[in-house]
Design a protein around this ligand. Sequence first.
Ligand code: ASP
Length: 304
Amino acid sequence: MAKDFSLMIHGGAGTFAKVRSDTDAAPYFNTIHATLEEGRRILAGGGTALDAVETCCALLEDDPLFNAGRGSVLNADGRVEMDAGIMDGATLAAGAVASVHHIARPIVLARLVMVRSDHVLLGGEGAMAFADACGMARVPDAYLITEAREREWRCARRAGDTLLPPAAEECGTVGAIARDCAGDLAAATSTGGVLNKAPGRIGDSPLIGAGVYADNATCAVSATGHGEDLMRTVLAKTIADLIELRGLDAAQAVAAGMAYLRRKVEGHGGVIVVDRIGRCAAGFTTPRLIHGWIECGGASQARI
Ligand code: ASP
């Protein structure tokens, strides 16, 4: 078991009310399986957990079905503002960006913050200047903003709603976590945030310990859901602490973490967790969590 790799990905927590049949679910399953297989190629070939989670997260950012990168939801001004974070469980190095725009793959920028800056989190125009300095191309609104997201935004504006769970039909944040064959863990999370959010609002995804966390001693975690709930419960680190301090495995820690989220803030969210020996677990307090996994080199599995 210890020599195998494990990988989990998610495409967000919410009701996904539009997914009513196998036909509706097919595009999600296709992307989940294709992304897992790309991760398998990296990890089975001896690649690092960090490379696997960055690549898987970037592939999900490219898919407009999900609320990250291309297909991000729009804020109250009708603009895209994205957050992303990545963490290396071997060293506890981490990088994150908040409120970035015109970036195709914010997770790639988050990794650059980790490896090329002295900081963990860069936000707004400072993060954009860093992206320019790294030579990262800016993409036009036409690439990031899809017709479906514009329609949802117009609807939300009419309703005067910030579509936070449980009202949100779809959240669609993405995440990837892995344990590589060397036993190293990594986690990545990327999002467009919540529909019709206030400009400048930052969620849990780029906050180390809230929406993303990895430590070889315990687990890798990516969270999704109502960011304000996940921040107030520091959910990803809470789950790692449950493993470290109570000796729980991944499934037990997920169950305890979801109970904690409910008890403390009646929170809406979900997590995926890979523990230090590669066990995979997922849990959610929302109606659905789109996710998939490869446990210890086994077959790829997907669930909505
Ligand atoms: N957690 C994200 C945020 O609040 C949204 C989501 O997971 O769908 O920004």
